[in-house]
Design a protein around this ligand. Structure first.
Ligand code: COA
Length: 260
């Protein structure tokens, strides 16, 4: 698929994917959502890509939301389908099996905040603003924002953001755990990439199974989640990476993981 509204760059095992509709502050119209679906499907399958940085084009916005022009003319059935489709696409990002870092370079509002929430970690530029202003438009989050935000920052803080519709700035987002790190705007991409590369220095199978244990485990009762963790731990004991990682430690040398 050739992309109209995305830019994709691959370098040394990572992909930098940029939502590229700066004249509309990178708002997520249906076309952009389809492209995100296709891009993350192919990044998930691409053995040369070990992790992804997701960001927005231009100076102002990561993504300023779902495209309000499209939302304004939707029927209830369109709305239900658009919401379910968006949730499925964001689930694909969260379930990619490789780390995805959001580099939040400005407004991350509505669907843009939900998109950042589906990434595994978030690095924000100073001055970025995150929030869910849907209630000001007479609608509500439809891409799992009610669920991911409350799981990430807790119910009380999430409800303040969801019910006021007021954005929080990067410093407040950091204080409440909505973003992992705040950095100067000019070093945002470099910092996001450095964080991703730190993760990618570790065994790829370790990363994949840890993501699975956290994502799936958080949706289970604790005892069941521990069962899942023990099963994945058993599985990882069969890997070449486990043999190499432990052997390298004992031989006092850096490990060379193959992802096998
Ligand atoms: N959907 C569609 N178009 C959007 C958009 C969105 N979510 N967000 C911004 N745009 C468009 C604007 O309509 C404008 O287009 P135009 O130049 O053709 O009129 C362009 O992007 C620039 O936005 P503008 O509002 O002029 O920029 P600003 O700096 O004055 O304000 C925001 C920035 C983010 C505060 C403002 O754009 C905004 O409130 N956007 C909507 C945020 C929102 O409610 N998101 C949730 C949607 S569910």
């Amino acid at each position: 698929m050739s992309y109209q509204n995305l830019r994709l760059e691959k370098k040394d095992g990572i992909a930098v994917l940029t939502v590229n509709r700066p004249e509309k502050l990178n708002a997520l119209n249906d076309r952009t959502m389809e492209e995100l679906d296709a891009a993350f499907t192919s990044l998930g399958e691409d053995p040369d890509v070990r992790g992804v940085v997701l960001t927005g084009a231009g100076e102002k916005a990561f993504v300023a939301g779902a495209d309000i022009a499209e939302l304004a003319r939707q029927s209830p059935l369109d709305g239900r389908e658009r919401s379910a489709r968006g949730q499925r696409i964001l689930d694909r990002i969260e379930g990619l099996g490789k780390p995805v870092v959001a580099a939040v370079n400005g407004f991350a509002l509505g669907g843009g905040c939900e998109l950042a929430l589906a990434c595994h970690v978030r690095v924000a530029a100073e001055g970025a603003k995150l929030g869910t202003p849907e209630v000001k438009l007479g609608i509500m989050c439809g891409y799992a924002g009610t669920q991911r935000l409350s799981r990430l920052v807790g119910k009380g803080r999430a409800l303040e953001i969801l019910l006021t519709g007021d954005p929080v700035d990067a410093a407040e987002a950091h204080r409440i755990g909505l973003v992992n790190k705040v950095v100067p705007r000019e070093s945002l991409l470099a910092e996001a990439e450095a964080l991703l590369r730190k993760m990618l220095a570790n065994g790829p199978v370790s990363l994949r199974l840890t993501l699975e244990a956290v994502n799936a485990g958080l949706e289970m009762p604790f005892a069941e989640a521990q069962g899942l963790e023990a099963t994945l731990f058993g599985l990882i004991c069969t890997t070449e990476d486990m043999k190499e990682g432990t052997k390298a430690f004992l031989e006092k040398r850096p490990a060379k993981f193959q992802g096998k």
